[in-house]
Design a binder for this molecule. Sequence first.
Ligand code: ATR
Length: 281
Amino acid sequence: MILSGKARLAGVIGWPVGHSRSPRLHGHWLDHYGIDGAYVPLPVQPGHFQAVLRVLPQMGFVGANVTVPHKEAALALVDHVEPLARRIGAVNTLVVRADGSLEGRNTDAFGFIENLRQQPAGFRAAAGPAVVLGAGGAARAVVAALIDDGVPSLRLINRTTERAVELAHQLGGQTRIEVVDWQERTAALAGAALLVNTTTLGMVGQPPLPLDLAELPVDAVVTDIVYAPLQTDLLQQARHRGNVAVDGLGMLLHQGRPGFAAWFGVMPEVTDALRSFVGGA
Ligand code: ATR
């Protein structure tokens, strides 16, 4: 990579940020498309986030990604908030406008749905009811994505039921969201066309997701937003019984595309080479 004095600058702001795969992801695209630009990790403590956000345009950055623990703070601090980011309640992408103001977007919903669409069989949320496990930040993006893609109904299941009730209340609108108790999760899979795990269960260092798939139709799609490990226990179980199982790495890769396009002027592609480069990190 050779940078000129005119190189466009972007990065990822997080604390800690060392585990982030975004520098690999965007670095690969910058190389691949031969762009005069750089994407760097920006370790920023919560107490310094506001100051860093303000100075980013002044330092010549074209934008940045925002990750844990700053996504909600970013929503409150940016000058303009895209409606989808407001609905989700978090900003993961910052774009510096021509006048130096900061626009906050959320590309997680795009990443989630686009990853499913890229599967050989294609995917349409409108095909049938969806079951979503979890009610954290990731679940908010997934639920918004499914609603916008026309899901007919949704069952939302979380260990802490009140969080699911609140999410359903905030995002539901015209779409029927039924909150189901965590203990009833097995029965709730009957008739579903899609099952999504947005909880942290199954992630490296966490116990597997305790879920019996017996009631799930075999033509349902199963996806996990956990991508470390790539093949979670849930996905292995699903594949074993004949369901299409989609891992979470694709969501991470696709969510990066709109930001890259806004900063560097090229809508990048997700390829097998990219998957192994970022997935192998
Ligand atoms: P994120 O923003 O990444 O979604 P989060 O807001 O911390 O992270 O949400 C984590 C999700 O995993 C929540 O739905 C959480 O359930 P609670 O709302 O009850 O905390 C879920 N989760 C984490 N550990 C869990 C466990 N041991 N059993 C069941 N659900 C768990």
